[in-house]
Design a protein around this ligand. Sequence first.
Ligand code: GDP
Length: 442
Amino acid sequence: MFDSLSEKLQGTLAGVRQRGALTEDDINKAMREIRLALLEADVNFKVVKQFTSSVKERALGIEITKQLNPGQQVIKIVNEELTALMGGQSAGITFSPRPPTVILMAGLQGSGKTTATAKLAKLLSEQNGSSVAVAACDVYRPAAVDQLIKVGAQAGATVYERGTDADPVDIAGWALDQAKRDGKDVLIVDTSGRLHVDQALMAELANIKKRVRPHVVLLVVDAMTGQDAVNVAEQFAEVAQFDGVILSKLDGDARGGAALSVKAVTGKPILFASTGEKLGDFEKFHPDRMAQRILGMGDVLSFIEKAEQQVDQDEAKELERKLRKNQFTLEDFLDQLKKIRKMGPLTSLLGMIPGLAGHQLSKMNVDEKELDRVEAMILSMTPYERRHPELIKGSRRLRIAKGSGTTVQQVNQLVKQFDQMRKVMRGIQQGKMPDLGQIMRG
Ligand code: GDP
């Protein structure tokens, strides 16, 4: 899904990610690349213009903070703006207090309307425990009624159908009566599509609407058709009211233009995404998760989020000062270790470190038990020893090993590794690249 867009945006953002400072030129260059990537993804050009100008405006106003470097902040901004572009919050269906809630499905022929009708029935009955019926009013597309009978039953819904000879408006009205009689919570009405938005289609929709007074009208558009899908949605929005969009065939959409433009162009949110041929391939649409998927940086983004929550600015300054003066002690180390461990299993955290994602180091298996041992050893030291690890020799070593249930060798190793780590960290402070291999070898 959205592979080429993801690749391009990731490429651009990878370029800024590690940057300690960004000039206006850097930002302009990144915006040009983002603009091109979005246009190539078939995003509506007005939407692209608006998007890049908001990102740029915010990027220019970035202030240096301890938590995130400017590159990371740009990623954060792009992520937030992408989320906003797709509607921000995820939207849902509002159920009528007087069941059945009637949902009308509209869309062009082949958009995936009938499939989506059954998928939605399945989702609502499974997730909300609703008893759902579907009405087969697509009498024009050959086999649509038979198809709904089949997939509707697979979805566990009651199917109301009267073949293909009856009038769709009559079928809809009759189905509503049946749903009331059967005490259904939800009735989903599958209507006929056409090849293009035309007057006959709109008139029929209007008549069905008049007859069943739907609580929710959903428009199904085929994501694979990109801007065409957006144009269809825009035409529908002009002549027929709808409340939200179902984006179908998202699994086959390598570009993402429809997903990114539909909300901005029509003002209507995407409520659901259909992502495959199977009935279960259907989900509530979450703009934030979609943005993360597009950026393909789930790891970096959650790192950013966690870093913001966890790192205290003053503390960071103090640590930096200690490192510079070589006053970083085992006590500080223990403190940091505890904080980091609070963020989650270390193995997953390694993959979140910018620049380490994909690196062989990030795939390293961190032995949590080993960390327990390290904590136990530091806790068995006196405060004085923690501040002066070089004193840990002979009997002190033995005492610490006994106290922590470890061996003298293990205590030795910790002290040695800590010393090495301090050197590396000082190196980083002075702008040298650490030799990661050396840290790992201990
Ligand atoms: P309708 O004319 O709008 O009722 O369209 P259909 O529901 O019959 O769907 C048209 C074609 O698209 C069918 O072959 C479906 O199997 C396929 N289809 C529908 N939704 C999806 C989807 O989310 N992913 C994929 N890959 N195919 C889909």
